[in-house]
Design a protein around this ligand. Structure first.
Ligand code: AR6
Length: 177
């Protein structure tokens, strides 16, 4: 019989800052399906982790579907692992965007659990280049993470806002507003 996971609660906290500097077990990257690197948080993570090493690790994996997640080493980041997830491109909200975004958070926590990561930091997936409205995306993030509390070894999920507006949306949803 496998050991049951013992952690019964997951702290969900919002902070503002640059995700690349965080001392957590894993940072989540808002990647693209080709895992090819890009702008936004993906560009920042590649630059901070080491472009050459991270590009090679991503190329070895090759692909990640929207809503799925894969892991690499964190290389030069303080974080031990990078969990690459691919958010939905916003097409107005009637194209399965919410389900795909929820899947990003769920799969990232599942991958973190497989790795044994206890603290995981998430950027506001899809809310930059991919155009997902920040308030709707934040609701999906908070609701999905809350629904996963008790199922994972992850005991701390950090929602990392890059800007003050996103931070205030998270705070309000978390009841800290
Ligand atoms: N730390 C934390 N959050 C950040 C940082 C950072 N260093 N830099 C940006 N953000 P985006 P997406 C925030 O565009 O919408 C890439 O080219 C940013 O303010 O990075 O999922 C990929 O390769 C925003 O709130 O990701 C894909 O092609 C959030 O991170 C595509 O963009 C997400 O914005 C993915 O687009």
């Amino acid at each position: 019989m496998p050991e049951p996971y013992r952690v019964v609660s997951m702290l969900i906290e919002a902070i503002q800052g640059d995700i690349t500097g965080l001392e957590v077990d894993a940072v989540v990257n808002a990647a693209n399906s080709a895992l090819a690197g890009g702008g936004g948080v993906d560009g920042a993570i590649h630059a901070a982790a080491g472009r050459y090493e991270l590009h090679a690790a991503c190329a070895a994996i090759g692909h990640c579907d929207s809503g799925d997640a894969v892991a690499t080493s964190g290389f030069r980041l303080p974080a031990r692992w990078i969990i690459h997830t691919v958010g939905p491109v916003w097409h107005g909200g009637n194209h399965g965007e919410e389900g795909t975004l929820a899947s990003c958070y769920r799969r990232s926590i599942e991958v973190a659990t497989e790795l044994g990561a206890r603290s995981v930091a998430f950027p506001a997936i899809s809310t930059g280049v991919y155009g997902y409205p920040p308030d709707a995306a934040a609701r999906v993030a908070v609701n999905t993470l809350r629904s996963l509390a008790g199922t994972a070894v992850v005991d701390t999920a950090l929602l990392v806002a890059f800007d003050a507006r996103t931070l205030s949306i998270y705070r309000e949803l978390l009841g800290e507003g």
